[in-house]
Write a new protein. Structure first.
Lengths: 563, 329, 390
């Protein structure tokens, strides 16, 4: 029992003996949720996480954060279509963060300073061995993640050098060869055994691999051009976009008629169109039944090519014809002199599916000397006929496991779909995890449902509008040969850009909760707390008013019912 | 070191800030005054002495034998905080000490019952910072109107009925009255802008003489909004122009937080139960809404609140946060 | 060496001898001369203190409270309406148990307005929890003021020294002013254990629940009762220093064997001294000076009154609808006492009404009635009132 003192005075801080936490019916908790950029990345990169490291000035750690997921940031920073930026919550506020610039910067810094990949100890000689066929993005990623998981990896490729499509079909003006070479060489040095100029079905066979290795990963791409004709008619000397692109990449030249129509809406179509422009073709048209990218254009009808590449192509003079199809080839003998185009659009059918329709009465004629189909490729069945079973692509599950062939996993373009670089890298990582589980005889853990922080949960009061950093691009008149079109950014610019990040769903130590709690029930920690924040709740005193959650700029604090 | 290796008690003891008010006080959930008082004590530091008028703050911090204060503190009466503080300051002067005296009171004890003692304190220019936590009514006694209650607000003594649309009179312009005492520094602040608030406390503390700070302190119970929305409400009071953040030195306007985009007053009013009658289908409601908008417009005009472009210290820039909390420096 | 001094001047000098650090006051007649004299002492550099000229008596008491709580010896003074205006603070000071000394230059309370002397003001705050000491003359006022600081600071109770307005405050008397050495030797520097201090921060003025409020009131009541010893010892100790005793709780003069006692307080005692000399034929009487009204000296009173047949209580205030305040309390003190004297109660000298010396024989005569006089206002001329209000 308290004993009364004179004048009923009280000693300091004695209120601490009264626990106001007992009043609470809901409590604030730190809940790390995925930023939209993280959720959108096919490779699985957490851009928010590495932007946070950049913002703290810890550039090497930022790079390490990336390469724990994607070992090729210098390449992806240039070539990837960056769905992260499309998903970025900041895009709704002013402009999305230039995530690709940050990724590219870190990739380049790692090459410049020779930062070592964060690798565990090298695999034991006795560790199981895995064969990876195809040293493209999927194969390199799978090999790297398998080594990180403690396996011995042999990487086969039919070409003398690793890199796959990055090397054979991405124009140098998008991905300079010295950068690609340096990054791939550093990656090969992480411990994989590289066997170049070994072609599956010629130098070795699937059965050999199944016999000699604990598991097999196929990252063999899609090297077989699809058949293309208009009502069964093909012009003489037809060459595909990929074929010409590889020729340009390998030799630095392609035939240059006065006017060309490229058919297709993907990256190959845009790339070859830009290459032809550079090579000297006066008039380059791209014909696609899809739409040019735009703010209000639904993704399912949008061209699959990277939006900024399309913009650069337009800048360079490539003429795009959206919602257009080819009704007829106009030939003089076997030689093309023009195309009859017609307006086309995907329209929903009674069953809800979209079907491409041509609209009568909208026909026009385009005079061109050459038509180049760039409508995609299938898997070349050579050496894998028994696995492919006449399908254009391998039928795999989410983790790349090939149905009916235990121990064989496939990833990248060989699995069909949109076939992006980041997807291929993600496939390689997921397959490595699945291979690990397969070899260990374990069940793969079910991926937890991902909760993404929506724009509506960002407290915008705490952010100032700030323009996205401008990426330097080569002036049009200089875009002749292989010189890279997009330039890199300085460390200062990247640092400044990182400060724009909303840090969706992840604490960035802004002090708001600590400052605004009327009950001093938020305590600041000197080091990172276990949940990744810099604060802990003192539930002895937290009354559960919810101010901290409402004022948390990045929605890292959420209120949970308590009964 | 991680939090697993340090007890929460030790962590509390080693917080990198001084706080004059400890946890365990019995303020309502989301209390604006509790927050405002803590922010004031943080900036004022430990070498201060508090004279606290009767009111919520006094009651919720000191139910004997407990006290949430970590500062020498005294509560005497409702209407004499200004005089008690004057006496404390005279004692400090007599003893040759430099402990700064801070008087604290709500709007009732400042605008109304304690106004005379406050005026005397200002006139004699005691070295005291007087802080008024303005929550615009007598909240401690159950939400009765004060001279600080805004026009048209409903309280238990300015209720809405067939003949009335809430308070008939205007909110007393206390800051101008204070400034007319020719004090070196008088300012308004809001809990929604803690950096601005702290800056003003520091400025006032640096003055040798009487200074005054009026802090808009939202009251979830009295204003009728969800506990979690106190900062939001307070921010809108500023952004509409209904609670201008200004600084007056020797009676002259020397600082005003510019409004980047003045928000219509309805955005602020509709969040609060005390103004809910203004959103009923009633011609009187529309007139009162227009009246309050006109008051906001008037404030914007006389204090020249409309900014001319983006300013890092305007109503939208001032609460910008940065990684690592550097905005609070 | 006695000097001819006006009461207020003597009081101001006595205050200065106590070395107050903060003085706060607001002008009201008849307190003004005290504060004016203090102000002059400050202006002349004879007293070093913070003199705060406030905007009301309410603030005067509050400033003094704030200063005392913050560790400085403080002083204030007031009268009449001013006492009533500060009454809320007076309760507060006592409840906080903060040592403080003030002078009440006693004056009637309006309405109607009267600036002249009675004691309605200090009687109105008799329940505030202060020690109240009444002074018969200005020498007593000087000595009591010095004692008051020691009593207040030892008991942590505030002390109100009541000095009749004009009758004492504005009257020249031969007064022996103590030396600074005498006062310094008697009164140590101000030391308040609960003083506010940023190095040792405590909270004063908390909210107390019903679970403890009765105990708070009990302890306050007990503190006042216990203060009697301190009041007596202060008087005795001061007598050793100055050679003058004020009478502790209660002073007794006149014929010790008398059967009739006259009890009063303040300057009435001085008038009665003169009257007893003037009218020896009116019979022997014991003159009882109620020096300390709070705490009420019940035991001392009973002892002093042993053997009296009649006790005439004279006071300068009343509780309308009840009667005399002190008379009632004196009666209560004798409740259940065997051979208690008959108690007659009169209010005298209200609002500055002159108390004639022949009051003594007239009272002695009046006390011869068959039954004691419960209460009457002395010298009321009913002819001055309309019929309906007599």
């Amino acid at each position: 029992m308290a004993i009364l003192n004179r004048g009923a005075f009280a000693h300091p801080s004695t209120s601490l003996q009264y626990h106001t936490g007992t009043w609470r019916v809901q409590k604030p908790v730190h809940e790390h949720r995925a930023a939209p950029c993280h959720n959108a990345c096919p490779a699985g990169e957490d851009a928010q996480a590495y932007l946070a490291k950049i913002a703290e000035g810890r550039f090497q750690e930022a790079w390490e954060t990336i390469v724990r997921i994607n070992p090729l940031p210098a390449a992806t920073g240039r070539v990837c279509h960056h769905p992260c930026e499309g998903a970025c919550n900041r895009g709704e506020y002013d402009e999305a963060l230039a995530i690709h610039s940050a990724e590219r910067f870190l990739g380049d810094e790692a090459i410049k300073h020779n930062w070592p990949y964060p690798m565990p100890p090298a695999p034991l000689e006795s560790a199981p061995a895995v064969a990876v066929v195809g040293a493209g993005p999927a194969g390199l990623s799978a090999a790297y993640h398998l080594i990180r998981r403690g396996y011995n990896v042999t990487l086969f490729d039919e070409l003398p050098e690793a890199g796959g499509v990055l090397r054979t079909a991405i124009p140098q003006y998008r991905l300079p060869r010295d950068i690609l070479h340096a990054e791939v060489q550093r990656l090969l040095a992480t411990g994989m055994k590289f066997e170049p100029q070994k072609r599956l079905g010629r130098d070795f066979y699937i059965e050999d691999l199944q016999r000699d290795y604990a598991a097999v990963f196929l990252g063999i791409g899609n090297r077989h051009d699809r058949e293309w004709s208009v009502d069964g008619v093909t012009p003489r000397g037809l060459r595909s976009g990929l074929e010409l692109l590889e020729e340009w990449v390998a030799l630095g030249s392609v035939p240059t008629p006065q006017s060309v129509a490229v058919v297709g809406g993907g990256n190959t179509a845009v790339d070859i169109a830009r290459v032809l422009k550079r090579a000297g073709t006066h008039e380059v048209h791209v014909i696609t039944h899809q739409a040019l990218p735009g703010v209000d254009v639904p993704p399912e009808i949008t061209m699959t090519a990277i939006a900024r590449e399309i913009t650069q192509a337009q800048d360079e003079g490539v003429i795009f014809h959206e919602f257009r199809g080819i009704r007829r080839l106009i030939l003089r003998g076997e030689k093309v002199v023009g195309l009859e185009l017609v307006h086309m659009k995907k329209v929903p059918q009674a069953d809800g599916k979209l079907l491409t329709k041509a609209f009568e009465g909208t026909e026009t004629v385009l005079h061109v000397e050459q038509v180049i189909p760039a409508i995609g490729q299938d898997v070349l069945p050579f050496g894998v006929e028994g696995l492919l079973e006449n399908r254009p692509f391998f039928a795999v599950d989410h983790n790349g496991a090939l149905a009916k062939h235990p121990g064989i996993f496939v990833g990248g373009d060989a699995c069909g779909g949109r076939g992006t670089l980041s997807r291929a890298i993600g496939d390689g990582r997921r397959a490595a995890e699945a291979i690990d589980a397969y070899i260990q005889g374990k069940e793969l853990p079910q991926p937890a449902p991902v909760q993404v922080v929506p724009y509506s949960q960002i407290n915008l009061n705490y952010f100032e509008h700030a323009a996205r950093v401008k990426t330097p691009v080569l002036p049009l008149e200089a875009r002749k040969g292989s010189e890279e079109v997009e330039g890199g950014l300085s460390q200062t610019q990247i640092f400044a850009e990182s400060q724009r990040c909303f840090s969706c769903g992840n604490c960035f130590a802004c002090d708001n909760c600590w400052t605004l709690c009327p009950d001093s029930a938020v305590l600041k920690t000197t080091e990172l707390a276990s949940d990744g924040s810099h604060y802990v709740f003192d539930y002895d005193y937290c009354k559960g008013c919810g101010l901290c959650a409402h004022e948390c700029p990045c929605s890292f604090i959420v209120m949970k019912e308590e009964l | 070191m991680t939090t697993e290796t340090i007890s929460i008690t030790d962590l509390r003891r080693t917080q990198p800030r001084f706080s004059g008010i400890e946890s365990g006080h019995r303020a309502c959930l989301g209390c604006g005054q509790a927050l405002a008082a803590r922010l004031v004590t943080e900036s004022a530091g430990p070498d201060v002495m508090i004279a606290n008028a009767t009111g919520c703050l006094e009651v919720f911090t000191t139910p004997w034998p407990e006290s949430a204060w970590r500062l020498p503190w005294m509560h005497s009466l409702f209407e004499n905080a200004g005089a008690i503080a004057s006496g404390m300051e005279a004692a400090m002067k007599a003893q040759g000490k430099h402990t700064k005296v801070i008087a604290m009171g709500g709007d009732g004890s400042t605008f109304d019952i304690g106004f005379q003692a406050l005026s005397g304190m200002l006139e004699r220019n005691h070295n005291v910072l007087y802080v008024c936590y303005d929550n615009e009514a007598y909240m401690n006694t159950g939400i009765q109107r004060s001279s600080s209650t805004p026009h048209a607000a409903s309280t238990t003594t300015s209720p809405v009925g067939k003949e009335r649309m809430g308070k008939r009179h205007l909110k007393k312009d206390i800051i101008t009255i204070i400034a007319a005492h020719h004090v070196a520094y008088a300012a308004t602040a809001s809990v929604a802008y803690p950096s601005d608030l702290r800056k003003k406390v520091r400025r006032a503390m640096a003055v040798e003489g009487a200074t005054f700070l009026q802090i808009h302190s939202p009251c979830p119970l009295g204003w009728g909004y969800n506990d979690a929305l106190g900062i939001e409400v307070a921010r809108l009071a500023v952004q509409t122009g209904l609670f201008p953040l200004i600084e007056l030195e020797r009676g002259e306007l020397t600082g005003a937080m510019p409004l980047r985009h003045p928000t219509p007053v309805s955005a602020y009013l509709k969040m609060q139960q005390r103004f809910s009658h203004l959103f009923k289908d009633d011609p009187r409601a529309l007139e009162e809404l227009e009246h309050l908008q006109a008051i906001a417009n008037h404030n914007i005009e006389i204090y020249r609140l409309r900014g001319d472009g983006i300013d890092a210290l305007d109503s939208e820039g001032s609460d910008t946060v940065r990684r690592g909390g550097s905005r609070w420096a | 060496m006695p000097q001819m001094l006006e009461g207020s001047m003597a009081l101001a000098r006595a205050i200065a001898l106590c070395r107050p650090q903060v003085v706060a006051a607001y002008p009201i007649t008849p307190q003004t001369h005290i504060v004016e004299n203090i102000s002059k002492l400050v202006a002349d550099g004879k007293l070093h203190c913070e003199l705060v000229s406030v905007e009301s008596e309410f603030s005067a008491a509050s400033v003094a409270l704030g200063a005392a709580a913050a560790g400085s010896r403080a002083y204030t003074a007031s009268s009449s309406q001013g006492i009533l205006l500060m009454s809320e603070v007076l309760y507060n000071i006592a409840g906080l148990r903060v040592p403080l000394v003030m002078t009440c230059a006693n004056r009637a309370v309006g309405a109607p307005l009267s600036i002249w002397n009675d004691q309605q003001d200090s009687m109105a705050v008799r329940d505030a929890g202060w020690i109240q000491i009444y002074c018969a003359d200005n020498q007593e006022a000087v000595d009591a003021t010095i004692q008051a600081y020691r009593i207040a600071e030892r008991t942590e109770l505030p002390v109100m020294i009541c000095v009749d307005g004009f009758v004492l405050t504005h009257t020249m008397e031969q007064i022996e002013m103590p030396s600074q050495e005498q006062v310094d030797g008697f009164l140590p520097p101000y030391c308040f254990a609960r003083a506010l201090n940023s190095a040792k921060p405590i909270s004063i003025g908390t909210l107390v629940s019903p679970d403890f409020f009765s105990e708070v009131r009990h302890s306050h009541h007990q503190a006042l009762l216990n203060a009697k010893a301190e009041i007596v010892s202060a008087d005795e100790d001061w007598a050793k220093v100055s050679g003058r005793a004020g009478g502790g709780l209660l002073g007794v003069e006149g014929d010790p064997g008398a059967k009739v006692g006259l009890l009063s307080l303040g300057s009435v005692i001085g008038t009665l001294r003169d009257a007893l000399n003037e009218y020896p034929e009116a019979g022997p009487a014991k003159l009882i000076k109620l020096r300390t009204f709070r705490p009420f000296p019940t035991e001392a009173l009973l002892e002093t009154c042993a053997g009296l047949t009649d006790l005439i209580v004279l006071e300068r205030a009343l509780s309308p609808g009840s009667g005399g305040i002190i008379g009632t309390e004196v009666r209560a003190a004798f409740a259940g006492v065997a051979d208690a004297p008959r108690i007659h109660n009169f209010a005298v000298g209200l609002g500055g009404r002159d108390i004639p010396l022949n009051i003594f024989p007239r009272l002695m005569e009046a006390a011869k009635t068959a039954s004691p006089i419960p209460f009457a206002i002395f010298d009321v001329n009913l002819e001055k009132l309309p019929e309906s209000e007599r």
